[in-house]
Design a protein around this ligand. Structure first.
Ligand code: ATP
Ligand code: MG
Length: 263
């Protein structure tokens, strides 16, 4: 068999006809796309286009009025956020989601808390399953600290980390959950050029080492064009283009969406 279709891998994530309204505002209007396992899929669009809303639907914080979200053949939509996290979906937040007074390493352990199955009592008594889960958790956290070169900062309270490091720690918190799919919401927002280059390098490294799928929401077009396998462009909650970075970049509707306000 030849042809583009037969080479396409089975999608890990399928989003079909997602529609989300807040009163009269259509945050999302019939949004459909797929993400392959190991794929880096970017979502771009002007402010308010609905990018973060897609993430909030995927991880169960928002309930879309219409549409379906399927991970590995099973429906995600309708599940609670913790259940969705347990299925292997982790996210980073546009505004850093770490506990500021807690050390970096403890933030990463807390990020895994939903994975702990042992009950409170056995956890207190440090027995059996609780102990094993704690040790597995420590190992996963240490792997992520090493991968993202966060060792020098491990004992610092998250609130005192330099901004670029805090954004990396935010990525680490998501990865410590050992996800299959990571949703990255503006990982380089507010970063200077050097910090952006660093983050790009870490994202590439994470892909290579962990092979997980990622959805990247980002306003930094150069980063998107450098890193993404495919790009989806949104405007007013609607998909206006999907394709390779090069295809989307020269799509007239995308050019119009970005320049329209300025013209
Ligand atoms: N909880 C909410 N209540 C009401 N309206 C909301 C809510 N969340 C999002 N919206 C609206 O939905 C639309 C899409 O918002 P969203 O945050 O998804 O945009 P975005 O593409 O992430 O924008 P940005 O680039 O500024 O982060 C906006 O009009 C926004 O005001
Ligand atoms: Mg957003």
């Amino acid at each position: 068999m030849t042809g583009v279709g037969s080479d396409a891998p089975e999608p890990l994530l399928t989003v079909d006809g997602l529609t989300l309204r807040f009163g009269g505002v259509h945050a999302l209007d019939g949004v459909s796309f797929t993400v392959g396992s190991g794929e880096l899929f970017a979502v771009i669009g002007p402010n308010g286009a609905g990018k973060t809303s897609i993430f909030n639907c995927i991880n169960g914080v928002y309930r879309p009025q219409q549409g379906s979200i399927t991970l590995d053949g099973a429906r995600l939509d309708g599940s609670r956020p913790t259940a969705i996290a347990n299925r292997g979906v982790a996210r980073t937040f546009q505004n850093i989601g770490l506990f500021p007074a807690v050390s970096l390493v403890d933030n990463l352990m807390l990020g895994r808390h939903h994975l702990m199955r042992s009950g409170f009592l056995s956890g207190m008594l440090w027995w059996g399953r609780a102990r094993r889960e704690e040790l597995e958790g420590r190992a996963a956290v240490e792997r992520v600290i090493e991968l993202l070169e966060l060792e020098p900062f491990r004992h610092q309270p998250a609130g005192l980390l330099p901004y670029g490091v805090a954004k990396r720690a935010e990525l680490a918190r998501a990865l410590a959950m050992e996800p299959r799919l990571v949703l990255l919401d503006e990982p380089v927002a507010g970063m200077n050029h050097e910090e952006t280059e660093d983050m790009a390098r870490y994202i590439v490294e994470v892909r290579r080492e962990l092979g997980l799928a990622m959805i990247l929401v980002e306003h930094d077009m150069r980063l998107v064009m450098d890193l993404a396998d495919r790009v989806l462009a949104l405007d007013f909650g609607r998909v206006i283009a999907t394709g390779t970075p090069a295809q989307v970049q020269r799509n007239p509707a995308v050019v119009e969406a970005y320049l329209g306000g300025a013209a």
